[in-house]
Structure formats: structure tokens, C-alpha cells
Design a protein around this ligand. Structure first.
Ligand code: TXA
Ligand code: MG
Length: 360
């Protein structure tokens, strides 16, 4: 299959391009498109044959349910049985936007979409291209992130091509996505509601409207994986093993630096994924003669600008991995607000290799 790429203006998408993509979706084809979080790989959500193609193209296990994208809150009834007051409040406040809500599903939604679960995850994206596509298609669109299974989510059309060229029909290229991390998932099929995945809308924002909401304990743990299928620990996995250094920067940076020195001395090629301030502090080690040709660095934003850090994280991770390093050392940038979503993705990428650095 030849994958076509159509460039679209992210502010004012060409209606002809959108019409072509919408027609492809309705015919059961796969279309990748930008959302405000990451690129999604869309298929007609009520057409099981189309949905099956998503699992095939991504090599995604059938046990991992998909998010169904809709144009607006008025489409919820097509897919879900009612909406508790808290869910409605969140949808009215944060849709269109980076929030996914899990509700009891209607029989019309194929079991394939929800991996056999009695619930369905719904989201109304705010990106102009995504909205225009949903509106024109007029059908709910199942869309996971448009990456091969266990690769970092794509934030550009080039990332989508890297993973899915020749496997999907069409990519709408609307440039780099704005948020860079996936939506926040809140499960309203349990009482109290649970945040299954931290993301573009923070815990604090949700808590202010739904005070009873709780965060899933041990996010990314195996125990959690059973509660929230698809939330496997090993996710966003780079080819080189990634170790996450977690803790206050004044402790994390010297420890990470010492480990870089050791690894280089042992002959490793080390990649460092860290905010700009950390790389500045590590400059003497990176510039040392021992490190020559053995250390690759990729900044992801800045501690002073968490939104930019989120936007740049996945591209930096992909790029570092492609550079052929044998190990990756990454530092996290905090545990609150949007930083908690960054930390969650790095923890998944680390697959258990987490060094928590605390004051002795
Ligand atoms: O920002 C996003 O949410 C992006 C864009 C494309 O919208 N999509 C995305 O989809 O991140 P995906 O497939 O990569 O992640 C969806 C996750 C699944 O892995 C699963 O954990 C959860 O959503 N999920 C979906 N349906 C669920 C359900 N019924 N119950 C529990 N978890 C569910
Ligand atoms: Mg994904």
C-alpha cells in the first residue's frame, strides 16, 4: 500500500483535503491526522473491519482498547449510555480538548474497539484539522496514537511515516502538535472516578471540578495494567534501555553525571535526555575528552517552561534513540501539573529502571 501525505494548514484546513480524508474514513480506510496532543490513527469506529486494520497496522495487541473521537458532546449518546454529572462538567469545561472520558458503552460500539470491555473511552479533540475531519465524516472515529505499538507517540507527520509508511492510506500533515503528550483519561465507570492516565489536562484542573476524583495508584505498574488495559508499564519503549533519574535537580544532576562518566569509561555510548538547565550543568562532563564521540545529548524543553518540555519530549526521545546510543539516561522535571504527565511517560519508557535520588 502506498501512503499518501497531504499537507494541510493547521489553522485553516483546506476543505477539499478534509473531504477526501473523511471519505476515506467512511470507506473503511486508515487516516492519520493531527490532534492537539499527538497524531492519531483513525478508522470508522462503528465498522469492525476498519477498526481491525488499526490493530494490524500498529501491531497492537487486541487487549488494548482504543479511544473514540467525536466532534462534540452531542455525539456522546451515539457511543455511551449516559453521562454522570461529574463527567458532564468535565466535558463541558475541557472539550474540545485533551481530555478522554470513560463511560459505559452502547452495543453499537464494536467489542474490538473496547477490547471486549463494557466501557468506551471518548474524546472531542480541539485541533482544527481533527475537528473538521470529525465533523465532515459525521461518524465516531476510533484513533490510537499513530505509532507502532510501544514506540513513542508521534508529534509530527514525519514520525507517523517513520512507523507506518506503507501500512496506512493517508496522513494529513498539519505540522507539529501543540501539547505533545496524550490526553488525560478519567474513568467514570467506577466510583469515585479515577484518572487512568495523566496528560494534557492536569489533576489539579480536574480536581477543582470533581473533588472526589482519585489518581490511579502506582501509575504504570503491572497491577494498574490489569485495571486499565493498555496502560502497560512498558510503553513508549526506546530501543536503547532508558534509566530515569527521579528527584530534585540538585541531587539528580550530579548522580546522572557520575553515571555517565562510569558508562563512558566502560565503553558505552550514552544518550542524555534532560531539560536544558540540566544539560548546562552537565556541560563539563559532556565536553570532557573521555566523552568525545561517546555522549549524545537531546534537551527536552526547560524546567522553566514545562509546556515546551511536554511538546518536545517524544521527538527528543525518538531522535536520541535513532542516534544509535546503547543506553539512555533521562531526568524528570517534577511531579505536579503537566510535569506529572512527563514523568509518567518517562517512567513507562524506563520500564522499571528508575533511580530515585533522595538526600542521604
Ligand atoms: O491524546 C490522545 O489520547 C491520543 C490522540 C490520538 O487522541 N490517543 C491516544 O490513544 O493516546 P492510545 O490508544 O495511544 O491510548 C489509549 C489508551 C489505551 O491504551 C487504554 O489504556 C485507554 O486509552 N483506554 C481506552 N479505552 C479504554 C477503556 N474502555 N477502559 C480503560 N482504558 C481505556
Ligand atoms: Mg498510544
Amino acid at each position: 500500500m502506498k501512503t499518501r501525505v497531504i499537507k494541510v494548514d493547521s489553522e485553516k484546513p483546506d476543505p477539499e483535503a478534509i473531504a477526501e480524508a473523511a471519505a476515506a474514513l467512511k470507506e473503511g480506510k486508515l487516516v492519520a491526522f493531527p490532534t492537539e496532543t499527538v497524531y492519531g490513527l483513525g478508522a470508522h469506529a462503528l465498522d469492525p473491519q476498519a477498526v481491525q486494520k488499526i490493530f494490524d497496522a500498529k501491531e497492537r495487541p487486541a487487549t488494548d482498547p482504543l479511544i473514540v473521537h467525536i466532534a462534540h458532546i452531542g455525539q456522546v449518546n451515539q457511543c455511551a449510555m449516559g453521562m454522570p454529572a461529574g463527567a458532564r462538567k468535565l466535558a463541558l469545561t475541557f472539550w474540545a480538548g485533551p481530555l478522554t472520558i470513560i463511560l459505559p458503552k452502547r452495543p453499537a460500539v464494536p467489542d474490538l474497539v473496547t477490547a471486549g470491555l463494557p466501557s468506551v473511552a471518548l474524546r472531542a479533540p480541539s485541533h482544527r484539522v481533527a475537528r473538521a475531519l470529525m465533523e465532515m465524516a459525521g461518524v465516531p472515529v476510533a484513533a490510537p496514537s499513530a505509532n507502532r505499538f510501544s514506540r513513542p507517540s508521534p508529534t509530527t507527520a514525519a514520525h507517523v511515516l517513520e512507523d507506518l509508511d506503507g501500512r496506512i492510506d493517508l496522513i494529513l500533515d498539519g505540522g507539529a502538535t501543540n501539547i505533545g503528550l496524550e490526553s488525560t483519561i478519567v474513568d467514570f465507570t467506577v466510583d469515585p472516578p479515577v484518572i487512568r492516565r495523566p496528560g494534557g489536562i492536569t489533576f489539579e484542573q480536574i480536581h477543582s471540578l470533581v473533588p472526589e476524583v482519585v489518581q490511579a495508584t502506582g501509575q504504570g505498574s503491572e497491577a494498574d495494567a490489569q485495571l486499565a488495559p493498555g496502560q502497560l508499564t512498558r510503553h513508549y519503549a526506546p530501543r536503547a534501555p532508558l534509566t530515569l533519574y527521579d528527584g530534585p535537580p540538585e541531587l539528580v544532576v550530579p548522580r546522572l553525571g557520575a553515571d555517565v562518566r562510569t558508562a563512558v569509561a566502560q565503553g558505552s555510548r550514552v544518550g542524555i535526555l534532560a531539560p536544558e538547565e540540566d544539560l548546562t550543568a552537565l556541560a563539563p562532563i559532556i565536553a570532557s575528552t573521555a566523552s568525545a564521540g561517546r555522549v549524545e545529548v537531546r534537551p527536552y524543553g526547560s524546567r522553566a517552561d514545562v509546556e515546551r518540555a511536554a511538546r518536545e519530549l517524544f521527538a527528543a526521545l525518538r531522535d536520541l534513540d535513532a542516534s544509535g546510543v546503547s543506553v539512555i539516561y533521562a531526568s524528570s522535571i517534577g511531579a505536579d501539573g503537566l510535569a506529572s504527565a512527563i514523568r509518567d511517560r518517562l517512567m513507562r519508557a524506563a520500564d522499571g529502571r528508575i533511580k530515585t535520588i533522595v538526600q542521604e
